[in-house]
Design a protein around this ligand. Structure first.
Ligand code: ADP
Ligand code: MG
Length: 476
């Protein structure tokens, strides 16, 4: 039998009423109206953004627990926030949707670090050698969770390995999990999401996220302060160690050496390691071989650039989390035009919000176009062989079909050679590929074209000017 949102909410209120002080209940819970219950998502309306912030800060735990009791473990909460004095609504209140951030408890239990206090290093006679209890923060950012990590072809393997690790850290074949890929593709987000999942499923596990640079600094300090052993012990009691941006270790032999020992200790004790890197391990320079070989013990999983559908889903999810609704043509335009990485996609979205509030303009396709023109510099637009041919044809005012055909007329041959020359210097295509795309020639023809153009650049001033004009046009 389907239960109504009214029933569910009034049951929740009964429970909450018993737990929190009457005044708080009156202030924060009575003004809430339940709106709907769909797919285990309960939507409640709150009177202002401040209300939403406050509930999320103070009462999210109680709300989560009672909702789960009422609806089951899949329960989710969503807010409709009434906005007042809005810039777009002529003063009439309107509502904005927010998902509950549903922050998990992300602290570590206190852990015991044996302190190896040798006679010579006792500076304070009241320090008793033995055990020290320390609290430390796992340094997980609750926003970098799996709910917010959109699945796509580009991250399928890494993501599912991460989910498996979340279930049983240290017990899967993915140890270490090495996630690699270009900047801005989600390595840090994914690695953190695994940490958060482990904390959710196994609250007793000690989790630590650390950036390789930070690790290096801590290590150097531990040497300076003469407590390298404490440093080692500290790292050896961790159940899940996430080391981000391991490429930063390049050339730092002592740090690599220390990490090697920590790695071995953790791995042998069945503890989980997650590493990220901005390139595949084989391309890492300045890294000890024995460490590189460890990186390959578990699973190497790469993150690729997201495809259009994934970019669209990421944008929609981000806007939803920010409580902002955009027209679908704007979403589509952004997803089509920002394709390099996810960080850039988010940056464009944020400046769209900013422009819209600063100038009190509604977010429209027009505004999105302006922002993309300003932000996404065309140097990032990939220069392709097709694009080069088009620009060269425009410049010499010859039709594209002629350039791609077999004609041996002098000016056409020259334009063709110029296209080949630029394709060689501005794209990563092979000679054979360039030839195949420009008039169906072989790689020797392309090589010859490049030589001819280079010779002419050296000997013919007029031609040299043409080439530099064309180069400017191509790089605009
Ligand atoms: P990296 O560490 O690879 O440089 P980050 O993890 O910092 O990249 O990701 C950059 C931004 O893109 C972050 O704000 C992150 O939340 C977002 N992001 C990356 N991949 C995804 C994804 N699949 N779904 C949602 N957001 C993503
Ligand atoms: Mg990162």
């Amino acid at each position: 039998m389907k239960r109504s949102h009214h029933d569910v909410w009034s049951n929740c209120l009964q429970i909450i009423k018993d737990i929190i002080p009457a005044v708080s209940f009156k202030t924060w819970f009575e003004p809430i109206t339940p709106l709907k219950l769909e797919n285990n998502v309960l939507t409640i309306q709150v009177p202002s953004p401040f209300f939403y912030e406050y509930l999320e800060e103070q009462y999210i735990d109680i709300l989560r627990k009672t909702l789960r009791r009422e609806i089951g473990s899949e329960a989710k909460l969503e807010y409709n926030v009434v906005m007042e004095n809005s810039t777009f609504s002529n003063g009439k209140p309107y509502t904005v949707k927010y998902p509950s951030r549903n922050k998990a408890e992300l602290s570590n239990k206190p852990v015991q670090v044996p302190l190896e206090v040798t006679q010579s290093s006792i500076k304070n006679p009241f320090i008793i050698p033995g055990i020290k209890k320390v609290h430390f923060d796992p340094r997980l950012n609750p926003d970098y969770n799996f709910n917010n990590f959109i699945e796509g072809e580009c991250n399928r393997l890494a993501r599912s390995a991460g989910l498996a690790i979340g279930e049983s850290p240290g017990k899967t074949a993915f140890n270490p999990l090495m996630v690699y890929g270009d900047p801005g593709l989600g390595k840090t987000h994914l690695a953190q999401a695994i940490g958060i999942l482990v904390k959710e499923k196994h609250p007793d596990k000690v989790v630590l996220y650390v950036n390789a640079n930070k690790f290096q600094t801590q290590f150097v300090e531990s040497i300076r302060n003469n407590n390298r052993n404490d440093f080692l012990h500290f790292y050896q009691m961790i159940d899940l160690l996430i080391l981000d941006d391991v490429q930063e270790f390049a050339g730092k032999e002592k740090t690599q050496d220390t990490f090697f020992h920590i790695f071995n200790h953790l791995h042998q004790s069945g503890k989980q390691l997650i590493l990220t890197c901005d390139r595949p391990p084989v391309e890492l320079q300045g890294m000890e071989q024995r460490l590189l070989s460890r990186f390959k013990w578990g699973l190497l999983a790469d993150l690729q650039r997201p495809d259009y559908e994934t970019r669209l889903a990421i944008l929609k999810n981000k806007a939803y989390n920010d409580g902002i609704d955009l027209p679908s043509d704007v979403f589509e335009y952004l997803a089509e035009n920002v394709s390099n990485n996810v960080r850039e996609l988010e940056a464009v979205l944020i400046s769209l919000y900013a422009q819209s509030t600063l100038n009190r303009k509604e977010i429209t396709l027009e505004l999105a176009r302006e922002i993309i023109d300003k932000l996404v510099s065309s140097s990032k637009k990939e220069i392709t062989i097709d694009y080069i041919q088009k620009v060269v044809c425009d410049y010499y005012k010859i039709p594209l079909e002629l350039m791609q055909g077999k004609t041996r007329k002098r000016e056409i041959v020259q334009a063709r050679q110029v296209s080949m020359f630029f394709s060689k210097s501005l794209t990563k295509s092979s000679l054979a590929n360039i030839g195949a795309n420009i008039g169906g020639k072989d790689h020797a023809t392309v090589l010859h074209a490049c030589k001819t153009v280079n010779n002419l650049i050296e000997t013919d001033k007029h031609f040299r000017n043409q080439i530099s004009e064309l180069e400017k046009k191509l790089k605009v």
